[in-house]
Design a protein around this ligand. Sequence first.
Ligand code: S5P
Length: 265
Amino acid sequence: MQPQEVWGARWSDCANPLAHRYMETAVRKQSLVCLAADMRTVDELVNLVNSVGPHIAALKTHADMVDDFSRESWQRLVDAAQQHDLLLFEDRKFADIGKVSQQQMAGAYDIRSWADIVTAHRISGPDIVDGIAAGWADVERIGGVLLLAQMSSSGNLLNSDYTANTIETGRGSPHVIGYIGNGSSATEVAALRNKVGTGQMIWTPGVNLAVGAGSMGQRYGHPRDAVLAGSDSIIVGSGIHGAENPVAAAKEYAEASYQALLMRD
Ligand code: S5P
């Protein structure tokens, strides 16, 4: 099947080329899984990506939790992501003023040079998006921002007014490819989709085949329910890297998410 048949309005209405790249990869691999590769060493990261790579459509990192991060060691992960046709998504959750965010795209991690997607909070004001985009422009690259419109953790402060303001910031921005939604609640994802419309993506953490409470306030919903409610990518961490057999787990999440996409109107 062609991506436009599978994705319908999402394909035709999402203008951003990065969104199309993700959607094409997802169809080719029959997976909406973004792997949250929360590992502490580059070796572990590269091994995990090389084993589950065929079953995932994007790769999310937290570079600042990696003990042996260096520009040289990280290049091995960037190469692995490229080999598996994965957009590389640094979950930096920027939250400072625009000009500081621009500088934080550089620095020791030099996120601007290798990340295709980053996350940002809306809390400091709408200019954070321009700051991040300026960071990419400094190295003549273009990337996409996912704004945190909801969170999966219990007790978070992102209420529905905040969500509405976040969508207002992102709507029509050439730099905002979509939003992070709360995958643990199909009701919240559906409400977010309703506000966002069809023109931008929603990526959802807080999904696990074992639904319920996770550790330290994390909450989990079923990947199928998140996708049916309007999620375009399920962000899965421990469900895959914490499984006894990560490859088998990645296949299960891929199948659950892709079947749900095919069922979605
Ligand atoms: O609200 C959020 C937003 C994000 S990006 N809740 C989250 O859990 N995340 C991220 O998703 C978090 O940083 C982690 O990398 C991943 C969830 O991991 P899991 O092990 O709970 O699946």
